[in-house]
Design a protein around this ligand. Structure first.
Ligand SMILES: CC(C)(COP(=O)(O)OP(=O)(O)OC[C@H]1O[C@@H](n2cnc3c(N)ncnc32)[C@H](O)[C@@H]1OP(=O)(O)O)[C@@H](O)C(=O)NCCC(=O)NCCS
Length: 326
């Protein structure tokens, strides 16, 4: 087996901060409710002329600089997103053009909040192949434009941002040891945008109903997530023949502090073994894990040789985890 690892990492969030108090001026909510239920204090919101691809480009440039590669060195761009610039064509293609990655193929994947976990696994398979050297794996989202700004049960939970990693072959014993992925399509409507696809094309009727926006059954997601997170961690460890006691750091999807606490409790691990930044950014969907990973590295929380588990869960329903030796 050829070893593949992350050799460069980057992240970007737009500068505009929206606090819980700011949301309380828009919908009937409070800092107290949001903090108690989620741990989120603020999130970043893109300006109107900024798209998901723009956030991704900033994150990719940082990751490419970190890996010391040029745009023309990139062989493939895999973007995980559920808030693309346009429904068709791929936002990865737009990113390729903006970056000048003239030798790359580019495509999107959509596994909602667990998208980057999936993209990392796909990218690692290509990077192991002789025909590919540098794979750019990006998670980027602009949820501020797909949530309904009058639905308090969802709008306060999300934020915008992007994270990216460059994958290359690395020395044996390091890098991505393995991945565990799973889906349960029975729950595909638990998190969805009901209109705007083929089943229900956009019309004035569904505009009146707000069906062009993100919808979620929060309780159902909660019940799913508190099981999914520990299950994914246990299963990836089993797959790579490691134990929970070997884990140095878990980088969880930054949806909700209470979900992370419940998940760590189920794993019997202290909360200190996680990196948490959701208080600053809210849930940035497919961007949340790579942004958290980037910040954990920047803050010196991850050392060379550490066993890191990245884990996420969300729409699909889909969930999974990667085991990485840093
Ligand atoms: C969303 C979530 C925080 C809601 O918490 P909850 O305890 O399930 O809350 P409920 O939906 O039962 O609502 C409780 C009350 O708060 C109200 N409420 C909902 N959103 C509110 C808000 N932003 N501010 C104030 N009150 C709010 C509800 O209307 C309800 O009021 P009622 O009792 O008068 O009917 C929780 O279900 C959750 O975290 N789910 C997972 C969501 C998630 O992480 N999704 C992304 C996964 S990738």
């Amino acid at each position: 087996m050829v070893a593949v690892g992350i050799v460069g990492i980057g992240a970007y969030v737009p500068p505009k901060i929206m606090t819980n108090e700011d949301w309380a001026k828009v919908v009937d909510t409070s800092d107290e409710w949001i903090t108690q239920k989620t741990g989120i204090k603020e999130r970043r919101i893109s300006e109107k002329d900024v798209c998901t691809s723009d956030l991704a480009v900033f994150a990719c440039k940082k990751a490419m600089d970190d890996a010391q590669i040029r745009p023309e060195d990139v062989d493939m761009i895999i973007l995980a997103t559920s808030s693309p610039d346009v429904p068709l064509s791929s936002t990865a293609g737009i990113i390729q053009h903006k970056l000048g990655c003239i030798n790359a193929s580019a495509f999107d994947i959509n596994a909602v909040c667990s998208g980057w976990i999936h993209a990392l696994e796909i990218g690692s398979k290509f990077a192991a192949d002789d025909n590919y050297e540098n794979i750019l794996v990006v998670g980027a989202e602009t949820y501020s434009r797909i949530v309904n700004w009058s639905d308090r049960s969802t709008c306060v939970l999300f934020g915008d941002g992007a994270g990216a990693a460059v994958l290359q072959k690395v020395e044996e014993g390091r890098g991505i040891l393995g991945t565990w992925l799973h889906s349960d399509g029975k729950g595909s409507d638990v998190i969805e945008i009901p209109a705007g696809g083929i089943r229900k094309p956009i019309s004035s009727d569904n505009f009146n109903e707000g069906e062009q926006y993100f919808h979620m059954d929060g309780r159902a997601v909660w019940d799913f997530a508190i099981e999914a997170m520990p299950q994914a961690v246990r299963n990836v460890l089993k797959r790579v023949h490691r134990d929970l006691k070997d884990v140095d750091m878990i980088i969880p999807h930054q949806a909700n502090l209470n979900i992370i606490k419940a998940g760590m409790n189920a794993l019997n691990l202290p909360i200190e073994k996680t990196f948490i930044n959701l208080q600053k950014y809210g849930n940035t969907a497919a961007a949340s894990v790579p942004i958290a990973l980037y910040e954990a590295v920047e803050e010196g929380k991850i050392k060379s040789g550490d066993l890191i588990i990245t884990v996420a869960f969300g729409g699909g329903l889909s969930w999974g985890a990667n085991a990485i030796i840093w």
